[in-house]
Design a protein around this ligand. Structure first.
Ligand SMILES: *Cc1c(COP(=O)(O)O)cnc(C)c1O
Length: 395
């Protein structure tokens, strides 16, 4: 047999972590890596954070799972916390980001169905978007690497140019249910939408009774120095998907909605076996204990500024490689003049973990608990690695 036991859908690198401690990961043979990828914006508290691991341990000893057929004191408490801290009035818990986006899509369609407009079932989405890998969410994108070979895609999505308000508004017709977007595109290359674009979509939704859906799976949960990125934009969505950082590494997600937006999501319309189980709720609560306060968020913004200016200074010394730094808070991207994937591969050999993204961008997504010493270590090592880097011929 040539196929590997793990279905070979990932280009797995030689990095094989077996242990983590704070901002560092350790491989099978003790190799140390500075982890500024955080499992792709997941490990907000770094690795082995005592508050998170103890909360999970304690809950595991008490009660891991019960069905959503029963009352959930744990789910009610975390949902209430999310509602108190955000625009939302109600929350559906999932096990992943893509399920949170699925729930957001279903909620938007049911909103119009419940309003007597079942034909309003098409979401306007944006190029270079990433919403996950289910049939619905790949249908919401135009990226060949995600959709090739999976036809027929689902109808009900209309992909237009990201951050182009005129294109978005021109796409609205009688079948439009709303807009689905990442306010700051992650996989697509750390591309923040402009404030005008986001405000324009909100205005259009208000005027036409459409739903504004934010996919904050990557940019949410304090990553930008705001609990959710919509606060940075000063624009409130109707429905929002959250995941990745929300469990600090424990697999979970959430679909948040206003009472109005969730009017169609009545008994029997949606469900999940595991979603919102006590173990997941304990993890989510532990993460929020740490990140959901103004002092922590202000610190993320300040560290984001310091990391950004250190990177800006550093790239000046490696003009042939880097074009600029972009992003918000600790969701940063280094735009490269050469292939970002090859550079990320090289960095792994130098003990630095980052993630490549579209548009030749290298994502810098450190744990939010980094200290200034980590920023210095990171930028120093990155600069050394950049100086030693030989751009591959066919990059
Ligand atoms: C990662 C991601 C998803 C999918 O999350 P999974 O947990 O992998 O299902 C969806 N949307 C965005 C913006 C993401 O970054």
């Amino acid at each position: 047999m040539a196929i590997t036991p793990l279905m070979p859908v990932y280009p797995r690198s030689p990095v094989r972590p077996v242990r983590g401690e704070g901002v560092y990961l350790y491989g099978e043979n003790g190799e140390q890596y500075l982890d500024f990828a955080s499992g792709i914006a997941v490990n907000l508290l770094g690795h082995g954070h005592p508050h998170l691991t103890q909360a999970i341990q304690k809950q595991a000893e008490t009660l891991i799972h019960v069905s959503n057929l029963y009352g959930s004191p744990q789910g009610e408490a975390f949902a209430k916390r999310l509602c108190d801290l955000t625009f939302a009035d109600t929350v559906f818990f999932t096990n992943s980001g893509v399920e949170a986006v699925e729930c957001a899509i279903k909620t938007a369609r049911r909103y119009h169905f419940a309003g007597g407009n079942p034909h309003k079932n098409t979401l306007i989405t944006f190029n270079n978007a990433f919403h996950g890998r289910t049939m619905a969410t790949i249908s919401a994108t135009d990226q060949p690497k995600m959709i090739d070979g999976f036809a027929p895609l689902l109808p009900g999505f209309n992909v237009v140019q990201f951050d182009d308000l005129d294109a978005a508004l021109a796409a609205v017709d009688d079948n439009t249910a709303g807009f689905l977007l990442e306010p700051i595109q992650g996989e697509g290359g750390i591309r923040p939408a402009s404030k005008e674009f986001i405000a324009g979509l909100r205005k259009c939704c208000d005027e036409n009774d459409l739903m504004l859906l934010f996919d904050e799976v990557q940019c949410g949960v304090a990553r930008t120095g705001y609990l959710y990125a919509y606060e940075y934009y000063g624009v409130t969505p109707d429905i929002m998907a959250s995941a990745k950082g929300i469990g600090g590494g424990f697999p979970m997600g959430a679909c948040l909605a206003s009472e109005k937006a969730a009017r169609g999501m009545v008994v029997g319309t949606h469900g999940s076996t595991y979603g919102g189980n006590p173990l997941a709720m304990a993890a989510g609560q532990a993460v929020f204990d740490i990140v959901a306060n103004e002092a922590f968020l202000a610190d993320v913004r300040a560290k984001g500024e310091r990391l950004r200016s250190a990177l800006e200074q550093m790239i000046g010394n490696h003009d042939q490689l880097f074009e600029g730094v972009r992003g918000v808070g600790l969701m940063l991207g280094l735009k490269m003049k050469t292939d970002s994937r090859a550079f990320v591969t090289w960095l792994r050999t130098q003990g630095i973990l980052l993630v490549a993204a579209g548009d030749n961008v290298v994502r810098v997504l450190p744990p939010l608990v980094i200290e200034d010493a980590h920023i210095q270590e990171f930028v120093g090592k990155l600069s050394e690695a950049a100086a030693a880097y030989q751009v591959p011929e066919a990059a």
